[in-house]
Design a protein around this ligand. Structure first.
Ligand code: PGA
Length: 259
């Protein structure tokens, strides 16, 4: 991680936790991360718990994200939730393009782009996910897939104001929920590749300022070595973010001593 970029550590709760379980987590978690002033800490609960988690986070160093968002402002779209609604619930971010949404809900690169743009327009920060499957990695297609996802995801998103509200999460699909983590070398290599591609899309400066998160089986045991990589600026955490103590350990990863 570079001192230029503020670390960003987010827990994606997926389809776990009722409202009361979410509030219990926050009660336990907030005191454990209270002294942390050098990182952004984000919790992404299900839509149903957004408001309660945002209330519990008020006045603390923790902020809230949704796990998805729709790209229309309002209308007859049964089951969908607009960026304005997410913002109104007290969240400041939304995740778009998570591989589970791409895989199980057929979310396309184009939909990811529309969602990101609608969210930015509504004043939400965006956590955009990209990543290759095991088959794609084995076929040596990682670069190709990441390039396609980035080019489509960042279509009509320009440097300056817009890109600075985006955080990019590299999540190799083969590492999500499998216990298999990318090695720090694999993560760093992909992050360097992504930053180069981003520079071509949004400019060198905006790409240099963007936080690139690693996601896929991040745990208290591997966060230190991942965060020691110069281009890993944070983490998107699934399973290990469901328990207050383990997520707090991740947030409290070992900081490097200054020069
Ligand atoms: P995991 O999930 O940490 O359980 O692998 C990561 C994610 O899906 O964001």
């Amino acid at each position: 991680m570079s001192p230029k970029r503020k670390p960003f550590i987010a827990a994606n709760w997926k389809m776990y936790k009722t409202v009361s379980e979410a509030v219990d987590f926050m009660r336990e978690f907030i005191p454990l991360v209270k002294p942390v002033g050098d990182a952004e800490i984000v919790i992404a609960p299900a839509f149903t718990a957004l408001r309660a988690v945002a209330e519990a986070a008020k006045g603390t160093n923790v902020t809230v994200s949704s796990q998805d968002v729709f790209y229309e402002e309002k209308g007859a779209f049964t089951g969908e939730v607009s960026p304005g609604m997410v913002k109104d619930s007290g969240a400041s971010f939304c995740i778009v393009g998570h591989s589970e949404r791409r895989q199980y809900f057929h979310e396309t690169d184009q939909a990811v782009n529309l969602k990101a743009r609608a969210a930015l327009k509504a004043g939400l920060g965006v956590i955009m996910c990209v990543g290759e499957t095991l088959g794609e990695r084995k076929a040596d297609k990682t670069g190709e897939v990441l390039t396609r996802q980035l080019e489509a995801g960042f279509k009509d998103i320009f440097t300056g104001g817009e890109a600075k509200n985006i955080v990019l999460a590299y999540e190799p699909v083969w590492a999500i929920g499998t216990g298999l983590t990318a090695t720090p070398e694999q993560a760093e290599e992909a992050h360097i590749f992504i930053r180069k591609r981003l520079a071509g899309l949004i400019g060198e400066q905006a790409a240099g300022a963007m936080r690139l998160l690693y996601g896929g089986s991040v745990k208290p045991e591997n966060i230190d070595s991942l965060m020691a990589c110069p281009d890993v600026d944070g983490a998107l955490v699934g399973g290990a973010g469901l328990e207050a103590e383990s997520f707090a350990k991740i947030v409290n990863y070992k900081r490097k001593k200054g020069p």
